[in-house]
Every structure is written in structure tokens, then in C-alpha cells.
Design a protein around this ligand. Structure first.
Ligand code: FEO
Length: 617
């Protein structure tokens, strides 16, 4: 039964998945399977982009037949002749006589090398060159040669009508499509990025220069979709994936950190590698580790493309590098690894040679810095050699310039100096509210504009304040911004007593109310802002109110008083304590609590600040 996906009204995915394949290309384990993508365009002419591997060709043929309906197949565009995309071509040309193959000259040679076909190539092949086009009705297809993005005959196709790039092997991912077709249908970063990188590094990683020239072309055209031959279709996030390809193809690391690959027969080389990793982590350097005898080389190669620093630790075996490590190093060299800093650790119970041989092999790569600092074990790591590990760490950490601060921060127990809070450039405000016939107000220091459109402010109010309860109940308030001329008595009037017991407006000479009916302070202030609560957030001791501004009046051009100005110029200086008087003074309002000790949960009865804001007399 067919299983296709509709991409657009006239474009279908007609590929198939293989979850039984143990080793892709006979080399790469694909535990998550693999998809072979093929796309069918139904225009005035019908066009199929590539076929699939022989393992899944019958599902593919069903898909093509279903998507075509009663139409014949006019063109097969062969972008890549590797048999995982071309094997079904044999059966396809049997089923659709009259089909024309669209390919380049190199591809045609490969078709004839791989297959013996009863096909009139002279008559039924359309040979295309770089930038040639084919119009199929509504769509115009542009063919762009992309040699060595994986094989020499590779080309990609750009559909300029719908701005779709059929990208052949580029932008492919290992892994079967498990119901999803688009990368944005899955958690790509978490579940597939590693496989995307592993596919790149191992399949086209060697051909960075050729990938760069394809990227140049890709960057010059508008793209709304990328359809690769393996893995997910991309319909957004193009910048992110192109940036990854930019990094990988220029052999720049994605992240700063250390990949440690080790080969250890009896665990002693592994032990040195573990100690190195632990100590690197202790100073804040990211690490990842692989036992090369266990982890497939393709995963380690992908990791080497990711990290900035590489450490290879290998025992000596048959007077050479340990087998799986030697394979890995050869593979890395073959994949053109560059721009990395490398450290080497060797082990040899009687004649250690692995370090020298690893250096020789990697020394042939471009722009590889091999650290002089090294560690040569004789069977196992000894206490006296920890300094050699430290020397490697020092050399690596020289490339991590922000580490000193990080290390110092990590090694110093976290401490909080509450005086730091006084360095904020707070203002001071009289916050007023009204509940029934009762007017009230308090002093606050946390009010800011949040947004301009809508015009919103936020305030944080201590729950111990009666004004807080009024705002919670009525949802409206006024804020009077205190000016530098504000005398200490205003702070006493609104800050040092509770409105539950007193009328804070009893002795004022002004009677001003905003349009919301709430009083405001019109003396020693420079403006009044009236607001209506839009949202509130409970933060334990305080509630944060976010409110829409409903009215505002500028009252004077005097500068606003800041917290610092209040302490320097308004708040009376503490008087010398009376002899033998024991107690604590509130640094905020000057209230004195006479006692031998101050409970941790003590709250200043005047200004409502906690015990942390008190100091001994
Ligand atoms: Fe899946 Fe180079 O091919």
C-alpha cells in the first residue's frame, strides 16, 4: 500500500524508510534507520527527482504510481547516481516507457557503468550543464552542478517557481522519518542534530571546499524549502542549518570544549583520560569522552567536527597505535579535519610509540596545533605524573580566556552582600490607594515603566502595607514621584506608620485627587501617574502589580529623588548611641529596636524592611 506525503498541491514525497539496515554504505551504523527521499512534481510534465535504494524500491514504486494517478512519468532527474538513490531506476524505466532521463554527462557515464539498461540513451536522455533550465509547465527547474558533494556527478535542482531546493545529499540526516516529514515537526536540536552532524561529517565532511561553493550558490537565491535525499525536509530555520554547514565545511569548531578519545586495553590509559577530563571540568571546560573500541568511529568523527580541542590517548599495540585508535586517526585525516588543537597521551609498558605515531599522522592535516605538553605512561599513571596532566590542562586552558573569572567564581563560595542592592538607582514614590471612604498611602522604591505601547508600569509592594491590600482589592492606584525637595517628614508621614491605625492625609494642606478618585501627593513631587492593574504576581513578601497608565500629570520640573539622594541629603544621620544602649537601628528609616539580639524574621514596624537592613547600634 502506498505511503506518500503531500508537500504542495503539485509536489509529493514518494520515498521510503529502511529500519532494517545495519550499516549504511557498509560502514555507518544507523540504529535509527534511514530514509531514501524521492520527490514527484506533477506539472504539465511530471518530474521525479531521484529514486531509492533497492531495499525499499517496491514501496517507492507503489508511491510513485499512486501519486501519478493516471498520469505518465515524463522526466526522471538523476541528481546523484549513488545506488541508494538510483537502484530503482532499472525498474522505473521498465514501468514508464517514454520516460526521459535528465542528468549531466558524468551521471550518464555512471548510469552506464552501474547498469546494463535497455534504454535509448541517445534519444531519451537530456544532458544538462551548470545553470541549464527545464520548464515543465508552471515550474522552471535550474540545475546546479555540485561535484563532490558527495560524488563527482552530483547536481542539485532549484525550482525557481516555488523556491524549492532539491539538495541531493546536502542537508541530509541519518534516521528514518517516523511519520514526520519536516524538521520542524520534531525536536530536531535534541533528537536529530547529532545525526545531522554525523551525516555531514562522514558523508561530505571531506569535501569542505565543494560544500562551500554550493553554499555560495544557495545563499544567492531565495529559498522556501530544502528537500534533501535523506532525512527531513526543511521549510524554515534555513539560517541555522546553513550556518552549521558554513562552520563544518570551513572546519571551524561549533563549540569550545575538549573531545577525549581513548584506547585502553586494561583501563590504565582510560584512567589517565578520566583524570584529565575531571580536571578540565573542574576548571569549567566542557568535555566529552569516547572509548574508541566501543563507540563507532562515525560518532567520534562527528564529535571531532563539533569540538575545538581533541585529546587522543592510546596504548601502544604491536609497536604501533592501538588498532581502533589507528583506524580513527586515519579516518579523521581522510575526513580532512583541520583547525583543531590536539593533545596526545600515550601508554607503553616497554616501548611507547603510539604518541609519536599519532602526532605524525595528524601533523599532516592543515592547521592542526599539536601541543608539546604530553603524557607518556609506563603501564599506569603515577602520582608524580599528575604535573604532566596539569601541564596539558594549562596549555588547553590558555585557549579559554574567560576561564579565570569562571574558575574564581566557582571556587569562591557564593555569598550575598545585601549592600549591593543599595547600588540600584531606585527612585522613591508615594503609592496611594482608596478603599471605600478610606484613603491611604505608603513609600515604595520599585516602580518602572514596562512598555510604551500599551503604556504600562510595574510596582512591587510589600504585603505588610495596608495600601497593598487596597490595590489588591480595588485594582487601581496612584503613584506620586518624589522630588529632591521632599522633606523627611513626608517619608515619616507615609512610611513610618500603618494606615490601619492612622489617617496619613490628616494634616496635609492639599486635597488633590486623580480622575480615579484616589488622592495623590501634589507637594514635593514632580508628577502623578494613575494606573489600573492589568496583572499581579505573588512573590512571597511582595506583590508585583503590572498596570496600565490611565492618567498622568507633570507637577514640576524638579529632579526626582533617588535612593542615594535620600540617604545622602534627606534621611537624618544616625545620632551617636546613648551610653550602654543596646539594640539595632534600621538602615532604611532609622527606627531603633532596643534588644540584645534581633530575630531573623524581624520586620521594621515603621518601614517594613527585614532584619537584613538593621545594624547594631
Ligand atoms: Fe545517499 Fe551519496 O548518497
Amino acid at each position: 500500500m502506498h505511503c506518500t506525503k503531500k508537500i504542495k498541491e503539485d509536489l509529493f514525497w514518494v520515498g521510503a524508510n529502511d529500519r532494517r539496515l545495519a550499516m549504511f554504505e557498509g560502514v555507518y551504523s544507523v540504529a535509527g534507520g534511514v530514509s531514501y527521499n524521492s520527490y514527484l512534481l506533477i506539472d504539465e510534465k511530471t518530474v521525479l527527482f531521484d529514486t531509492v535504494d533497492k531495499a525499499v524500491q517496491y514501496r517507492f514504486l507503489e508511491n510513485v504510481a499512486f501519486a501519478l494517478g493516471k498520469r505518465n512519468l515524463d522526466y526522471l532527474v538523476v541528481q546523484h547516481m549513488e545506488p541508494d538513490h538510483s537502484a530503482a531506476l532499472i525498474e522505473l524505466i521498465h514501468r514508464y516507457p517514454g520516460i526521459k532521463i535528465v542528468c549531466n554527462a558524468k551521471t550518464l557515464a555512471f548510469i552506464q557503468q552501474f547498469f546494463e539498461l535497455n534504454f535509448n540513451f541517445d534519444k531519451d536522455t537530456i544532458i544538462v550543464n551548470n545553470n541549464d533550465t527545464l520548464t515543465t509547465g508552471r515550474h522552471t527547474l535550474h540545475f546546479i552542478m555540485a561535484p563532490m558533494v558527495h560524488w563527482p556527478e552530483v547536481m542539485v535542482t532549484y525550482d525557481s517557481t516555488d523556491k524549492i531546493l532539491f539538495s541531493a545529499d546536502a542537508f541530509g540526516t541519518f534516521g528514518a522519518l517516523n511519520g514526520a516529514l519536516y524538521a520542524d515537526e520534531v525536536d530536531f536540536e535534541k533528537d536529530y542534530l547529532d545525526e545531522f552532524r554525523r551525516y555531514y561529517a562522514n558523508i561530505v565532511g571531506k569535501y569542505g571546499v565543494q560544500v562551500q561553493s554550493l553554499l555560495q550558490h544557495v545563499s544567492s537565491v531565495a529559498i522556501e524549502m530544502i528537500c534533501p535525499l535523506h532525512g527531513f525536509v526543511w521549510r524554515n530555520n534555513f539560517t541555522a542549518i546553513i550556518n552549521k554547514y558554513m562552520l563544518w565545511s570551513s572546519y571551524q569548531p561549533e563549540e569550545k570544549g575538549v573531545m577525549i578519545a581513548y584506547a585502553s586495553v586494561y583501563g590504565n590509559t582510560e584512567n589517565a583520560a578520566e583524570i584529565l577530563a575531571c580536571r578540565l571540568r573542574n576548571i569549567g571546560i566542557k568535555t566529552t569522552m569516547f572509548d574508541v573500541s566501543v563507540t563507532p568511529a562515525s560518532e567520534i568523527i562527528a564529535s571531532a567536527f563539533r569540538w575545538s580541542h581533541l585529546v587522543f590517548a592510546s596504548t601502544t599495540y604491536n609497536a604501533g597505535i592501538f588498532i581502533s585508535m589507528e583506524d580513527l586517526i586515519n579516518d579523521l585525516v581522510a575526513h580532512n579535519i583541520q583547525n583543531r588543537t590536539v593533545a596526545v597521551i600515550e601508554n607503553g609498558s616497554w616501548a611507547a610509540t603510539s604518541g609519536k605515531l599519532i602526532r605524525e599522522k595528524l601533523g599532516k592535516c592543515d592547521k592542526i596545533t599539536i601541543l608539546e605538553q604530553t603524557l607518556s605512561l609506563k603501564s599506569s599513571l603515577k602520582e608524580g605524573q599528575l604535573s604532566e596532566i596539569e601541564a596539558i590542562i594549562q596549555a588547553i586552558s590558555a585557549d579559554f580566556p574567560n576561564l579565570a573569572l569562571t574558575t574564581a567564581q566557582k571556587e569562591t563560595p557564593a555569598s550575598i552582600d545585601t549592600n549591593a542592592m543599595f547600588r540600584f538607582s531606585y527612585g522613591l514614590f508615594v503609592l496611594t490607594a482608596k478603599d471605600g471612604g478610606k484613603d491611604n498611602g505608603c513609600i515604595i522604591n520599585t516602580a518602572i515603566q514596562v512598555t510604551a505601547s500599551p503604556l504600562r508600569i510595574s510596582i512591587a509592594v510589600n504585603k505588610a502595607n495596608y495600601t497593598h491590600d487596597m490595590i489588591l482589592k480595588t485594582g487601581i492606584f496612584n503613584l506620586s514621584i518624589l522630588a529632591e525637595s521632599a522633606p523627611f517628614r513626608i517619608f515619616q508621614q507615609f512610611g513610618f506608620s500603618s494606615g490601619k491605625e492612622t489617617d496619613k492625609f490628616a494634616d496635609c494642606g492639599y486635597q488633590d485627587r486623580a480622575a480615579n478618585g484616589i488622592r495623590y501627593v501634589s507637594e514635593h513631587t514632580n508628577c502623578m501617574i494613575a494606573a489600573k492593574v492589568a496583572d499581579s504576581f505573588d512573590y512571597g513578601t511582595h506583590t508585583i502589580f503590572v498596570a496600565d497608565v490611565t492618567q498622568s500629570i507633570v507637577l514640576s520640573n524638579e529632579p526626582s529623588v533617588t535612593y542615594q539622594y535620600y540617604f545622602d541629603n534627606i534621611k537624618p544621620k544616625p545620632q551617636p548611641p546613648k551610653e550602654n544602649k543596646k539594640g539595632f537601628v534600621c538602615k532604611i528609616c532609622g527606627y531603633v529596636h532596643e534588644a540584645d539580639s534581633l530575630p531573623d524574621d524581624f520586620i521594621c514596624p515603621l518601614c517594613k524592611h527585614g532584619a537584613a537592613d538593621f545594624e547594631p547600634l
